[in-house]
Design a protein around this ligand. Structure first.
Ligand code: 2AM
Length: 197
């Protein structure tokens, strides 16, 4: 099973993200580039990709993910539309996190500490920082300049939402695109409010 932890966008942030996708689709420089756009119901902020996991490990992982998180709810904002990688053939279009990075890094550290012992490979130590809009299919290296220019020109006004839970998803890959099945969800907010001797 292919598992990952993610933060769900709220309805308003999802609608704003879909609007950015709509504008990107209309950009002349992107019209002849094949993009597999993330479907609205699949939009998410990946907190930690956990990779392929034996089915037998899913239950303990779901139990671990279902424990309340020791982090207060916080606001994440997305702003700049960007292309990855920064040079060469463009592969991914995304919205970068412009506010909430420090909190995301702390939550990511908690996710690594919590899930790492249940995995056979370490979780990527890089903290999360984007919401993927779409993935380019075989875009030539030569399209990189105009694709990056078009995406930079999207001028996305910042928007955000309040992160108040973390979900564990199973990703099922299919020719028509991935589908995500939630396996567990737990709230943020299990915090110690004052120094405890
Ligand atoms: P991203 O889109 O935020 O970059 C579910 O498949 C999610 O896990 C994807 O949205 C992707 O996050 C992340 N993901 C998928 N395959 C991955 C891989 N091989 N390494 C790291 N992250 C991956």
């Amino acid at each position: 099973m292919r598992l990952f932890l993610a933060l769900d966008l709220d309805a308003a942030a999802r609608a704003r993200t879909v609007e950015v996708q709509r504008r990107a689709r209309r950009a002349p420089a992107l019209r002849d580039v094949a993009v597999r756009w993330v479907r609205p119901e699949n939009l998410h902020l990946t907190l930690a990709f956990l990779g392929e996991v034996d089915a037998g490990r899913a239950a303990p992982m779901a139990r671990a993910a279902a424990e309340p998180w020791r982090h207060a709810p916080f606001r994440v904002e997305l702003a700049t539309a960007d292309v990855a990688p920064p040079s060469g053939a463009p592969r991914t279009l995304w919205l970068s996190v412009s506010a909430g990075r420090a909190q995301l890094a702390r939550l990511h550290a908690e996710a690594r500490a919590r899930m790492g012992p249940l995995l056979s490979a370490p979780v990527d130590p890089r903290p999360p920082g984007h919401v993927t809009l779409g993935r380019l299919r075989r875009a030539p290296r030569s399209s990189g300049g105009r694709v990056r220019e078009a995406v930079a020109g999207l001028a996305v006004p910042a928007f955000g939402w309040r992160v108040d839970s973390v979900a564990l998803y199973e990703s099922r890959l299919a020719p028509g695109g991935a589908s995500y099945r939630p396996l567990a969800r737990a709230p943020l907010g299990c915090v110690i409010l004052d120094a405890v001797p």
